[in-house]
Design a protein around this ligand. Structure first.
Ligand SMILES: NC(=O)c1ccc[n+]([C@@H]2O[C@H](COP(=O)([O-])OP(=O)(O)OC[C@H]3O[C@@H](n4cnc5c(N)ncnc54)[C@H](O)[C@@H]3O)[C@@H](O)[C@H]2O)c1
Length: 441
């Protein structure tokens, strides 16, 4: 045996050993071939997108053996993505337990509505699977805490779908903050603004916030209402296409803006400035808002207008706002230090602007020059989800560390739940870090 071959074998063996030690559920054959057997739960809008992104960068590391979805149209769509990209035919099922209970499955992707994250993640972790779990980690703080505890007990790899952490613009922003570009950080402004065309045909487009297209064949025959309601608070509601396909509008299945959108931004704020402010969770949140733009005949329950103010220990303040009736300012985070500002806008551009803007005839407070970077031009990264999924798969194979583990997902989600509780109770809420508990008012 040549030296090269034996070295290669050794490297391969150590990769296998690393993969096996990464968690209990990776099959030796999967680790040896660097090809994981994947079970997929839910192929709706996000599930289909994440799956396509997985094939884009990690095709050679996966074989999707199972697809599960409770709506026939999306189950067929999921199967089709696998057949087109993976050139194999997965087993299909409406029961997620079929995916989880198959001993050959190494990793499970969970892209279901928010209220179903907990039962699915807990079952998958109990079966010792590695999981990619969409955000928010849970529908409540308690659910998220249980997922973190079980994930850490099992030693499996968990990646939460907070893909901004894999976005090279935010990785750059974090580095710049740590390199002193903006100086001390006490204040961050984060926002997400959207608007909709009310005149659009609802069968062809989205005429109001979160009123996504309901498929023409949607019925209790094609969508399994009972399984959708498995972990919902109210189970005696008759089949509703709106609740099934537009679940974000209802408290039973979603926290609305706070857990659907805001969690991405509390997460990335922690990621970018957390190292400097040395704190992760707010001590208080005061949120307000309501259904202002898209109410009327619409039976939505969650606000379309929300502002939330957070106080963190170590003198850090996060100012968050979201409105669904005007998209002038888009999506962004502004990390504002006394020496300068780093803005990440629409997850596509990064700007650094030294301070000050209005004080005349003074030298810039920062010795760093202004910076402008673009996600395509400077980083060639069209969608960070592909990298986020790849990081997960590599972590399962023992080659990388997951960038968004369960604990990070819970730290992202707690401020979201705080905003939900605050806006619903119309009171400030307080986080007791010692008891890990929320206090209202
Ligand atoms: N990371 C991101 O940027 C991002 C973006 C969008 C959505 N998401 C998250 O992805 C998840 C899904 O959102 P979406 O927009 O795809 O919703 P969706 O309604 O389009 O898809 C949900 C899918 O789950 C299926 N489903 C419902 N109950 C099920 C059950 N019991 N078993 C199996 N399948 C079931 C539905 O049939 C549907 O296909 C949510 O957690 C959401 O917060 C994340």
């Amino acid at each position: 045996m040549s030296e090269d071959v034996s070295r290669r074998d050794l490297l391969k063996q150590s990769a296998v050993a690393a993969a096996l030690s990464a968690g209990p559920a990776v099959m030796q054959s999967s680790a040896q071939n660097n090809r994981l057997k994947v079970g997929w739960i839910a192929t709706g809008m996000r599930g289909a997108h994440v799956m396509n992104q997985m094939y884009l960068l990690s095709k050679d590391n996966v074989e999707v053996t199972h697809v599960c979805d409770t709506y026939k149209g999306n189950l067929a769509k999921g199967k089709d993505i696998v057949q087109t990209n993976g050139k194999n035919t997965p087993k299909t099922s409406v029961d997620y337990r079929d995916v989880i209970n198959d001993p050959n499955v190494d990793v499970v992707f969970i892209c279901s509505p928010e209220h179903l994250h907990h039962p699915m993640a807990m079952a998958a972790l109990k079966a010792k699977k590695h999981i990619y779990l969409e955000k928010p980690i849970g529908h409540t703080i308690e659910e998220g805490a249980e997922i973190v505890a079980l994930a850490e007990k099992m030693g499996t790899v968990v990646q939460i779908g907070t893909q901004n952490r894999s976005n090279k613009l935010y990785i750059q922003a974090k580095k710049m903050v740590e390199d002193g570009y903006i100086g001390e950080v006490h204040y961050t402004r984060a926002f997400w603004y959207r608007n909709f065309d009310q005149t659009v045909d609802p069968a062809k487009g989205v005429p109001a916030a979160w009123r996504y297209i309901i498929p023409g064949d949607a019925s209790s025959e094609t969508a399994d209402w009972k399984r959708f309601l498995e972990s919902a608070e109210h189970k005696n509601i008759p089949f509703s296409k709106e609740r099934y396909f537009q679940w974000r509008n209802y408290w039973d299945y979603s926290g609305g803006i706070s857990t659907d959108l805001l969690v991405h931004q509390t997460d990335i704020s922690n990621f970018v400035v957390g190292g400097l402010i040395k704190t992760e969770l707010p001590t208080s949140c005061m949120a307000s808002g309501g259904v202002y733009q898209w109410g009327g005949k619409d039976d939505r329950e969650v606000p379309d207008t929300l502002s939330a103010l957070y106080e963190y220990p170590n003198k850090f303040h996060l100012n968050y706002s979201c409105f669904f009736g005007n998209d002038q300012w888009g999506y962004g985070e502004e990390f504002m230090g006394q020496k300068g500002t780093i803005e990440v806008k629409d997850r596509q551009n990064l700007y650094f602007t030294p301070q000050p803007k209005f004080i005349r005839n003074v030298k810039a407070f920062s010795d760093k020059p202004a910076v402008s970077m673009n996600y395509l031009k400077d980083f060639n990264q069209p969608d960070s989800t592909a990298d986020h999924v790849r990081n997960f798969l590599m972590a399962v194979l023992g080659k990388e560390k997951a960038i968004a583990p369960a604990r990070a997902g819970q730290i992202a989600a707690i401020p979201g739940h705080m905003a939900t509780q605050s806006v619903r109770a119309k009171k400030a809420v307080f986080w007791d870090a010692k008891l890990n508990k929320l206090k209202i008012g």
